[in-house]
Design a protein. Sequence first.
Length: 458
Amino acid sequence: MNLPFAEAYKIKSVEAIYRSNREEREAWIKEANFNLFNLKSKYVFIDLLTDSGTGSMSQNQWAALMQGDESYAGASSYYNLKEAVKDIFGFDYFLPTHQGRAAENVLFSALVKENDVVPGNSHFDTTKGHIEFRKAIATDCTINEAFDTEAEHPFKGNLDLNKLEEVYKTTEKGKIPFTVVTITNNSSGGQPVSVQNMRDVYELSHNYDIPVLYDSARFAENAYFIKLREKEFENHSIKEIVAEMYKYADMMTMSSKKDGIVNMGGLIGLKNEEVFKQASVFNIMFEGFITYGGMSGRDMNALAVGLQEVMEFDYLETRVKQVEYLGNKLIEAGIPIQKPIGGHAIFVNAVKFLPNVPKEQYIAQTLAIELYKEAGIRGVEIGTLLADRDPETRENRYPKLELLRLAIPRRVYTNNHMDVIAAGLINIFERRESYTKGYEIVEEAHILRHFTVKLKEI
């Protein structure tokens, strides 16, 4: 018989987690004002809130961490990370930051002005937040197939070139500081972008003298899908594919807490020295000196190792196949999810899952709360709460997709945990017609409300 697939790692350290009961969970989520971000982690059995900073580091990363140079300026750990960034992505200029949104804050402070327009493929929450905080406009140019969860398009993260060129043609010259290409595209379901689309976007953008910025949080997972789905690259290594991808980027931001496989860290990569000089000023103001940028030396060392390890095919195959394992169980049960299955998470179509809950009552958040009550599993809403309000009218924006995201941490859970997640969702799905009410907002922040919002039951 064929040997079954198994994880390409051994477990060396474990952490106990508490199996709570439903009565406890109902009390805890009420105390948290029905906001899963407000839950204490000890109240969570399986935590799928995010894959950001929640992964397990390797023994080589821990070894590198112990050799961290904590000098304020010019630490060897900085040069280790700088060398890794140059080797992998090809950027001559580099700034460390403490995480991805910090990288956005630094770079956007240098480049984004009031009334600017920033096109992209379904900007994620912090990206859109940093754009709109500066009174600029984030414009979505994702292909239409991304919003049909049943469509089996191999690269749903792609930008629609016609939509993008229409933005270029209709926007005043000099008012587009850059175009964002998010790899993989988180907001549309962890979907990859093809190299051909990257080439086309780069060529079109440069025809209009507009630089291209990659949001690179999951660059290696994107490269893995390219190897599997884009014929030109089936015989290329992941590292070779990444090198090709970044030929078509002028700059990058990265939350290194994802495909850097570290618990804290971020970075900016640049090809333009002048932009580097502008960003350096804001890096010093907001993050720290340019050779540490809010990161400790030990964390920079661990990140330098993680960026190399994440491109190992065996690691990526193990990672993505665990997500596929969960996704296939849900598909078999008839649960509507974004197809094809993405790289870092399962995205459940909450509108199809809970058809009787009104859209004004936050359908995906309702499903997330029910999953926590059912099985102690914490997911996150990628829907109306996250989409926030229109900056002018302050009315809710209803996105094309209302999703519950179940983000799988790297090298943390076993497939037994995936079985528990599937069972919890299936239990709710079997009684889905009984759910007719959701939640309303009691208190919300001016921007990025989903992190701190307070809700009550209808």
